[in-house]
Design a binder for this molecule. Structure first.
Ligand SMILES: Nc1ncnc2c1ncn2[C@@H]1O[C@H](COP(=O)(O)OP(=O)(O)OP(=O)(O)O)[C@@H](O)[C@H]1O
Ligand SMILES: [Mg+2]
Length: 348
């Protein structure tokens, strides 16, 4: 029997929490081995960059230990200002010629100095057979930012075998699901950013990061109710009640969610204008911010598109003796990116 393909341990380092997921490849698909999350100290990760590598390293190490993960092969993803993903259209070239062209001409497509970035690219499947041009997805990620992550993990004796982009990781895990053949807006709402990723038949067509997120709710509740951040967080997720302040809280939720929906609509309109023949059919939400009570309904009312929460474990075999299904479904949305990393093979 062939040796089972080894997969990386997916580590999604967010501004609020580190999420870890480990899967195993089985004949038919994947099996969940470990999953969990732990909060990072406030401001230790910001705009996709690692400000306090030691503090975050401690959180990652403790989480892996808690989850009894022995593998040292990990995959991470980046987002925000440190990475540019751009679609370019070039005349058809062979793989080698294309690689040469990109390394010598990348400068004109990206706002960074080429010396400062790692470059990667992927050819999209041709839309028309007779076309003599190709769409290429070009990814440029700041070396400085990636090196910070890789060094932090290296200090924990972890080998980073994969550096992905949040939006691609999300698309990865979506693509093994049952509805991957649709045109879907995958929207990840984290603590401090929202990624809107429009995928058509498994290919990411448009991806946008917007600086909004669930942390906005916490800070505004803290100010409006004059409570500390921790208490505001608990009020936000409904863990404690804010008797007498319902109206204020309702107003904050309505205002912020309206802002999120406007951003979503703006990006969807841009996509629709460029892709009139491939209308978006549904919206799928991930990230902890997606769990705002009633958010799918609000988005549905404003877009008239079926909107649901992402369950990244839908197609993953779960041993019910080991994992509580209810708990898994409650953490599913924020685990999507870690799961998307965890389906990738451990190869250099
Ligand atoms: N029920 C809930 N309602 C609203 N917000 C929630 C709920 N549950 C969790 N959150 C929020 O989700 C956020 C954490 O989600 P997630 O782990 O996806 O963020 P992150 O990846 O760390 O952030 P980012 O991607 O922006 O760096 C926190 O702000 C948390 O308060
Ligand atoms: Mg995140």
């Amino acid at each position: 029997m062939a040796r089972k393909e080894e997969l990386v341990v997916g580590i999604d380092i967010g501004t609020y929490a580190v999420k870890v997921c480990q899967l195993q490849k089985t004949g038919e698909g994947y099996r969940l081995l470990a999953v969990g999350s732990a909060m990072v100290p406030p401001d230790s990760v910001e705009d996709g960059a690692l400000h306090e590598p030691e503090a975050v390293g401690k959180v990652v190490a403790a989480l892996l230990k808690n989850l009894k993960i022995k593998s040292r092969k990990v995959g991470i993803s980046i987002s925000g200002y440190s990475v540019i993903v751009k679609k370019i259209n070039l005349k058809t070239m062979g793989d080698e010629e294309l690689a040469k062209y990109i390394s010598s001409e990348a400068e004109q497509y990206i706002p960074f100095d080429v010396e400062d970035v790692y470059l990667d690219f992927q050819r999209l499947p041709a839309k028309k057979l007779e076309s003599d041009r190709d769409d290429i997805i070009l990814v440029a990620a700041k070396k400085e930012v990636i090196n910070e992550y890789v060094n932090m993990l290296g200090d924990l004796k972890l080998h980073t075998l994969l550096v992905d982009v949040d939006a691609f990781a999300l698309n990865n895990i979506w693509s093994i699901g049952p509805r991957m053949n649709t045109n879907t807006a995958l929207i990840d709402i984290g603590a401090s950013k929202m990624n809107i990723n429009i995928v058509s038949e498994g290919i990411s067509i448009l991806s946008k990061d917007v600086a909004v997120g669930s942390e906005q709710l916490t800070s505004q509740i803290a100010v409006a109710l004059d409570v500390d951040y921790g208490e505001a967080e608990k009020i936000k997720i409904g863990a404690i009640s804010a008797a007498g302040h319902e109206e204020k809280i309702h107003e904050i939720f309505t205002r912020i969610c309206t802002q999120w929906v406007l951003e979503i609509k703006k990006t969807m309109d841009l996509y629709q204008a460029n892709n009139p023949k491939r209308p978006i059919q549904n919206i799928v939400l991930s990230g902890g911010g997606a769990k705002v009570h009633g958010l799918p309904e609000i988005i549905f009312q404003k877009t008239l598109l079926p909107t649901s929460l992402f369950d990244p474990f839908e197609r993953i075999h779960i041993d019910e003796k080991k994992f509580d299904l209810e708990y898994l479904s409650s953490i599913g949305p924020e685990m999507a990116i870690a799961a998307g990393l965890a389906i990738r093979p451990a190869m250099l």
